[in-house]
Design a protein. Sequence first.
Length: 413
Amino acid sequence: MRTRAAITALSLSACVGASQPDVEIDFGGVCYALDLALRDPEGLLPGTEVHAFAAADPTGAGWALITHGPSTLALQRLPVDPDEPPFSLGLTTSERSNVRLHPGPDIGDVWVSHATSSELKIWRVNDDGVIATHDFGTSFPGLGGAWERRLLFIGREPVLLAAPDSAEGGTVGFMLASLTPELNVNMLWELTFGGDCVDQGCIPSSYPRIHILDIADADGASSALILFEFERAFEGISTLTTGVATLQVDFSLNSGLPRALKREYFDLLWGHTITPLRIDPGEIARDDSGYYIIAGVEDTGVDDPEVSVNDLLTDRLIRHDFLASVSGIIARLPKYTNSHLLQLTNQVGLGQAFDGYWYAARMVGFTIDFDDVDAIDIAEDGQVFGAGHNHVFIRSAEVSARGEIRCGGPESK
């Protein structure tokens, strides 16, 4: 449903910033247009509370995280097999925010993780049901201090990442572990990043907060791409810096050892004097030649002369281009539009959800394709979450559904 009203709505809400360098894009095999569809107009699982969904393949088949019985979390296969009951995770519904569903790097696979400050458990499911599970407890990374632990993929290989919740002395160390097919820890490494300042006159710094925001979807070939938030403090200076950085991790083909590259972004730094100032939202998605980030700061309700009203009302959309080795801001997006990134097979779309509609447009290099915007009706309070394989999970208080982003050719423009 491609209408002038939809084009106008997304155009006005995008508030595009200054023009950026042109980037040559080869559109062979890439969508010329995005067509949105609602897979479950009557609801994903009517009568069942659905908390999350991950697609296992491009058809939209997959697994849903549901409440089963009075207060138990379980996995439900979709399409539903009437002869197969939901699989209980052995967790209560109070743990639902600590459970993540991850579309795997292989078609048919979905991975599930339950991570808290004291527990880490992983399940791998496919057409045969649960094919592997492992309870790590507190054994990873097996070091003192508070750690945030996440599952990610380098190519097709599952790995664990542990990020500290803070760091002293300006040096940040992440822990990385490769896993065996049985999901046991195989090898363990530390990825250490020092401060950018190396002169003798450097002001000592620390990181009061570090938090993982998002991880780019696995595609079976690429390096892992992690988006994280940090708060940096300098000794003797009252102004703090809250910012967003990426960690790109892969394995060397020669040595088999992990390699990591950390990037910070000038356009994603906020100076402030209040504590805390947090990043919300924080999303990342990649295409064939780079990646996109949406990030903004949340309103703490406390006035701060260093934080402008515009910063509290808008999020920032930036791109990093691998070929040109440049990063730049594309747009400032009003928070009421609930802007989000749409991870497609080899490109990225910009989605927005407000006033009972879900909008989508292609990202083309450093620009948004305003000439071709699609929109469909959703619930007024619908929230959109990436679900992998060109699908999203649309959740509202009354009903949940799968949304699909279909690829249109030149004739659909």
